[in-house]
Design a protein around this ligand. Sequence first.
Ligand SMILES: O=C(O)Cc1cc(O)ccc1O
Ligand SMILES: [Fe+2]
Length: 441
Amino acid sequence: MAKTEDYKYLSGFGSEFATEALPGALPEGQNTPQVCPYGLYAEQLSGTAFTAPRETNKRTWFYRIRPSVTHRPFAPIKHAFLESDFRKRHPNPNQLRWKPFDIPKEETDFVAGLRTVCGAGDPLSRNGCAIYVYVCNASMGNSAIYNSDGDFLIVPQQGTLEITTEFGRMRVAPNEICVVQQGMKFSVGVSGPSRGYILEVYNGHFVLPNLGPIGANGLASPRDFLTPVAWYEDRDVSEYRTISKYQGHLFESIQDHSPFDVVAWHGNYVPYKYDLKHFMVINATAFDHADPSIFTVLTCPSTKPGTAIADFVIFPPRWAVQEHTFRPPYYHRNCMSEFMGLIFGNYEAKEEGFMPGGASLHSMMTPHGPDAQCFETASTVELTPVRVADGTQSFMFETCLGLGLTDWGEEKCCKVDADYYKCWQGLKKNFDPNWKPTPKA
Ligand SMILES: O=C(O)Cc1cc(O)ccc1O
Ligand SMILES: [Fe+2]
């Protein structure tokens, strides 16, 4: 296990980075010299079409000990809980809540611990998204994975992930998130029972949301996104396994060395992490409840303006100060699908039942909102300035797509809380046709 001082990062979102683990390993003035410094091979990883507009064009140049192509053929491997057919089951429009997902007792690494909960679209036409939980307790050892289908946004809930990538090493603890984009090889180390959530997008890459009238600063700041510095190992082993998730299925190929042999790289197509405590919270300071989009950390846009394939939204600790206002989330019906998870603490609209390591899903147009207990309290409480969500962190993956559940998500996980709907049944009729406004003093 690497020590804390071994983790070094470059700061910036969408930046052009250049980093070398040996001095002079990056060629000067060109990408593909006839012979690269130190006898390295040049290899480009493209994250967008060669011809994508300059503003969105993403690629990185690796200088590595051997090119990635030195592997034996891919062979399919089975995984009981990965699914990419989101129309297999009959649709279920109900509000769903899951109790905390179990972490297996038997040895399970990050890949074996992936479970698809729900999703939309498909990776072949590069349209859609998928939501997973991971539950594991063992490091990946001499194996790595890359996702040919899309980008992974990983949200650890329990246990710190030590992620070795071709770019370098990142340590990602609960209350931090990381993004490992399409095609980037990574291997996950853990030091105990670990659990978290993953949002996968097939369409494109995550970007920071536009700030509009907020101005040039606010929400997640570009400088707080961290990308690892170059790190390599020159390690020959008899069997190193590289797994590709390709068209929703896993394939493995064997090679005789570690794929983490990139001595230097430069480019703007990179993995990154972000600590949620840096989020600069903006919210209503006079009255009413601001829509949760005000808490968007990252968004994967669709081609429809302002409409996301998926947003990653958090509910961070903050002050609530609104006057003459029902402060918790309002009751609503949304044209988008909302999947929520809880990293720690509790969520203001549901003090009970929604637990760390569990989840909820409120699908398109399915009504939801505060439970009966929350409504009673928030309708009568004195409206002094109060801290909300202190010591807590919940989040939402919100998508414009309809989400289909998997067998594991709806049944095999055995965590669906059949009593969820009851939390709203106690909402009373308070209507009084003779009601009169209280005279102002
Ligand atoms: O449903 C939820 O709990 C998420 C949510 C929070 C909020 O503050 C406003 C709308 C909304 O969907
Ligand atoms: Fe909602």
